[in-house]
Design a binder for this molecule. Structure first.
Ligand code: PHE
Length: 519
């Protein structure tokens, strides 16, 4: 229907142009009582035809009614409405005021239509007509020349009329003007090509000024953006990504291989999710398992071990991995097996902990992990690499605090000074893997492995100013947040720079995770 309507409007425009030879779209709209915007649209569509019409921009100032002016046209002027309230015997002034308007009353009195006698309003010289209403009606009908300038000034002051600028087009015949329009095609179809019909058709020219449609899909979640950024840092530093595509792990790789004793509290069901089906794993590298058993129960490689009865049944228990360090253990074992060569590994993937859920903790999160294995690495190497890594993350002042992990010695918590917040905040955990972990794997004695870990959620929440983890991950996530969050963050001090300092420190306080405390 829209199409036919446009066609007939186009035809009307061409017919009119043929008869008058040049016209203004606004005048034409008035003349045929059609919406001006529609006329302009139709004229613009005629411009698609080669030299059919020409246009020139015009602009004029017109008088238009304000909403109150419109009300006067429809219901009469306020003074007339007050006048009509008053019967010939009069009405107490208080009643006139409540039923009518003060301004209407004042005007009616000023006009001599009403007078007040001892608190009673009485009709005086009855008006013959509502001049204001009539004048405004002229303006409504675009006959403002029928109203004197003095009156217009009064109405403008009363905010009944205002001046508006109307932009219009002056339309003229083009070189190839005709009233017989040939249909223009919007699209070249397969059929037109096949039949050769395209040769005789006229195509609508490309409109290079039109805006493209906004892409609706493909918005990355903030976690994915920060993940991509961190992955990029690792790649720049020459790290290789570890295969982390197994959420289910055995206790053996998650704990035992990492020299974590079987009585360690992290191995309890309230800290770890154990699987009921399949509950156990059975395939382990036999020799290696024996070495692990030995180092736990009796020691070796210069260690006393823990001196307890190591149980294979405990190591068989399946769980949802509590850290990606389980994958690092598998990779280091593989490296030893295949013949050691220096290696740098990283991963960013999901881990699970049976945590109490609150604003900053979920039972799962993404862990970022970096591992370097080489000959004679020292704590100095670890500090150097961490400095480089965190500098690339936007944190260039670091401090280290001694910590404890069953599998690293020494172990260090990493703190970074945050300029925006003016304080030191914990950003990760790290250490040098113990010989009790590495030597049973068969790694050469002079090989050291340095490693560190952090969560992905914490920097993401801080960077994107999200203070409840459930707004970032899980079923309550507002997809509009994903849609609206910036493609590129221009961070100051690595933090959402729009937030003021107080707000910043509040967010930090509630986003401080204890995620990185050793499992
Ligand atoms: N596995 C540790 C954690 O989950 C992180 C870590 C990795 C610490 C490597 C030291 C070395 O918190």
């Amino acid at each position: 229907m829209g199409c036919n309507e446009e066609m007939s409007l186009n035809d009307r425009i061409l017919q009119y142009l043929e008869s008058v030879g040049g016209f203004d779209t606004y005048d034409f709209a008035q003349k045929i009582k059609e919406d001006h915007v529609k006329i302009v649209g139709a004229v613009k569509s005629l411009l698609a035809y080669d030299e059919l019409v020409t246009t020139e921009n015009r602009s004029r100032t017109l008088w238009a009614l304000t909403p109150e002016g419109n009300e006067f046209v429809n219901e009469g002027s306020k003074e007339m409405r007050v006048f009509k309230l008053v019967p010939s015997e009069g009405l107490p002034i208080a009643q006139v005021m409540t039923q009518g308007t003060k301004i209407g009353f004042n005007k009616a009195v000023a006009n001599g239509w009403l007078r007040v006698e001892k608190g009673i309003v009485k009709p005086s010289n009855a008006p013959t007509e509502d001049t204001v209403q009539i004048h405004l009606d002229h303006i409504f009908k675009n006959c403002s020349e029928k109203v004197s300038q003095a009156d217009k000034d009064v109405y403008k002051k009363r905010k009944l009329i205002e001046q508006v600028i109307v932009n219009s087009l002056y339309v003229d015949k083009g070189e190839k003007f005709t009233v017989e329009l040939q249909k223009v095609e919007n699209d070249l179809t397969a059929e037109m090509i096949a039949t050769g019909a395209w040769k005789d058709l006229v195509f609508k020219p490309y409109n290079y000024n039109s805006m493209g449609t906004l892409p609706e899909g493909g918005h990355l979640h903030p976690l994915l953006k920060v993940r991509a950024q961190i992955r990029q840092i690792f790649l720049e530093m020459g790290f290789t990504e570890m295969p982390t595509n197994n959420y289910v792990e055995s206790s053996f790789w998650n704990f035992d291989a990492l020299f974590q004793p079987q009585q360690h509290p992290a191995r309890e069901a309230h800290d770890t999710f154990f699987l009921s089906e399949p509950a156990l794993s059975h395939q382990f590298p036999r020799d290696y398992l024996e070495q692990v058993k030995r180092v736990h129960s009796r020691g070796g490689f210069g260690s006393q071990g823990y001196g307890y009865e190591w149980q294979e049944e405990e190591a068989q228990k399946n769980l949802l991995r509590t850290h990606t360090t389980a994958v690092s253990a598998r990779m280091l074992y593989k490296l030893a097996k295949e013949g050691f060569r220096p290696a740098k590994y990283f991963s960013i993937d999901r881990v699970f902990r049976n945590e109490e859920l609150d604003a900053t903790h979920l039972a799962e999160f993404q862990q970022v992990e970096g591992v370097i294995a080489d000959h004679n690495l020292t704590l100095g190497n670890l500090i150097g690499v961490l400095s480089e890594f965190f500098k690339k993350m936007g944190m260039d002042q670091l401090r280290f605090k001694p910590a404890y992990n069953p599998y690293t010695e020494p172990s260090m918590e990493i703190f970074s000074y945050h300029n925006g917040l003016g304080k030191w905040i914990e950003v990760g955990n790290s250490g040098v893997f113990r010989p009790e972990m590495l030597l049973p794997m068969g790694l050469p004695e002079d090989v050291n492995v340095i490693a560190w870990g952090l969560s992905l959620e914490r920097p993401t929440m801080i960077k994107y100013g999200i203070d409840n983890i459930r707004d970032l991950v899980g079923p309550r996530v507002d997809l509009q947040m994903v849609y609206d969050n910036p493609i590129c963050r221009l961070d100051k001090n690595g933090i959402h720079s729009m937030l003021d300092e107080e707000e910043n420190s509040r967010r930090w306080d509630i986003t401080v995770f204890s995620l990185l405390t050793a499992a």
